[in-house]
Ligand binder design. Structure first.
Ligand code: HMG
Length: 422
């Protein structure tokens, strides 16, 4: 299978669709969505959100030959940023040659909370809540019986007393198995149903009841082990510098923010393609980056000198869904899920966390090697040419000339375009 994807990026769109057809991963219905560039229609969009005046498009790409837990995936990417797809393809290819990514889904539950205040005796309030745990779990389940019928539902309750600026809060955390759904509405319904019982148990006042996006019960780990030689001629040198880059991203918050931005270049692209809520995933993972009291790089790379391997790992909260939201509505999302063979929520989460690690590997390899500009700017040249006014007829020639320029910027692009448009 690997061979049919090699040089995929050098093909034109029709040839790429032929390769997808040849790979036999999409039904005829989904292939025709791609051939006709079918997108979300206005009426559908108008029913999804408020004040709609149109729809908005972004490029739909794929990263082929991406191996996770011994399965090969063609990963859908929605991104406007040049070099992101190339970078993930590049790292995915290196890791595929090294045995692929291995993942572990540590848990798949969602957390929500009810915050209460004005409580005279917080210690007694906490005790009463814990004594009533079974009843509270039953109340939560009764508020959302359909998830219980499917085999999910409320699983546990934890309580904390938190103080801020002279105010004590009793916070009740509800832990729910939401199965294939992200579960925001489910949690919010259950939590609101608990408010009254909690107010009477604590003799306090409920401030709010809401899902938490800090999804520490939905952690997923992805790992890879890359023989030094698979990183290229100077593989050992690069591996050692990637290890240093990983340490640097733990030490310096300015670096950590960029290191993690690179990881989300990939994750956000696939979360969007899969129809999931990328703001929720960003909130979840960015808060997880500060879990030890300091914002840090989310991935870790180290060298195993004996095995002569670079070992990479990342653990992230990844509470994505395979049902709900826009997943069953948007035709492009249906195709994107089709490319991944309609994964369940846990499989999708494993792919996403692996994509994050791949994206990070590509960026670090470039940063500690030739520098990021060589690869990134080479691909950014097309965007510059378009901005400068290149057309479909002359863009390839303009890009070729632009890449030879000492200063590859908009001014240089404009000069070349002027020459061609004379
Ligand atoms: P290269 O070594 O010149 O690539 O890398 P190659 O020609 O040897 O090709 C190797 C493979 O890369 C190909 O395999 C493709 O899979 C892929 P093949 O198909 O030939 O068997 N590939 C491409 N895929 C699609 N389109 C292309 C393409 N070229 C190669 N045009 C590359 C070139 C750009 C991939 C490399 O330099 C790279 O990975 N750079 C990293 C770029 C990057 O990370 N970009 C993200 C945006 S920058 C940013 O925002 C994040 C950052 O700040 C994060 C951080 O600081 O940590 C950097």
């Amino acid at each position: 299978m690997e061979k049919i994807w090699s040089g995929f990026y050098k093909k034109n769109i029709n040839e790429r669709l032929e390769v997808i057809e040849q790979a036999d991963i999409l039904s005829e219905e989904y292939l025709s969505v791609l051939r006709n560039n079918e997108v979300l229609d206005f009426d559908m969009a108008n029913n999804m959100v408020e004040n709609v005046i149109g729809t908005f498009s972004l490029p739909f790409s794929v990263v082929p030959n991406f191996i996770v837990d011994n399965k090969e995936y063609v990963v859908p990417f929605i991104t406007e940023e040049p070099s992101v797809v190339a970078a993930c393809s590049n790292a995915g290819k290196i890791v595929a040659k090294s045995g692929g990514f291995k993942t572990e889904v540590l848990d798949r539950k969602m957390i929500g909370h009810v915050a209460l205040y004005n409580i005279a005796n917080t210690v007694e309030a906490v005790e009463r809540i814990l004594q009533s745990k079974d009843l509270l779990l039953k109340t939560a389940d009764e508020a959302y019986p359909s998830i219980v019928a499917r085999g999910g539902g409320a699983r546990d309750i934890e309580v904390k007393v938190l103080s801020e600026d002279g105010t004590d809060f009793v916070v009740v955390y509800l832990i729910v198995d939401t199965l294939e759904a992200m579960g925001a509405n489910m949690l919010n319904t259950m939590l609101e149903a608990l408010k009254f019982s909690l107010e009477s148990l604590t003799e306090g006042v409920a401030l709010m009841a809401i899902l938490s996006n800090y999804a520490t019960r939905s952690l997923v780990t992805a790992k890879c082990a890359i023989p030094f030689e698979n990183l290229g001629e100077n593989g050992e040198y690069l591996a050692k510098r990637i290890e240093l880059a990983s340490k640097f991203a733990k030490a310096d918050v300015y670096r950590a923010a960029t290191h993690n931005k690179g990881i989300f270049n990939g994750i956000d692209s696939v979360v969007i393609a899969s129809g999931n809520d990328w703001r929720a995933i960003e909130a979840s993972c960015q808060s997880y980056a500060a879990k030890d009291g300091k914002y840090q790089g989310l991935s870790t790379w180290r060298c195993d000198e004996e095995a002569k391997m670079l070992i990479g790992g990342i653990t992230l909260p990844m509470p994505v869904a395979s049902v709900g939201g826009s997943i069953g509505i948007n035709p492009t999302v249906k195709v994107a899920r089709g490319l991944l063979n309609n994964p369940d929520a846990k499989t999708l989460a494993s792919i996403l966390v692996s994509v994050g690690l791949a994206q990070n590997l590509a960026a670090l390899k470039a940063l500690v090697g030739d520098g990021i500009q060589k690869g990134h700017m080479k691909l950014h040249a097309k965007s510059l040419a378009i901005l400068a006014g290149a057309t479909n007829d002359n863009i390839e020639l303009i890009v070729e000339e632009l890449r030879k320029e000492k200063h590859m910027n908009l001014a240089s692009a404009k000069k070349i375009v002027e020459k061609y448009n004379k």
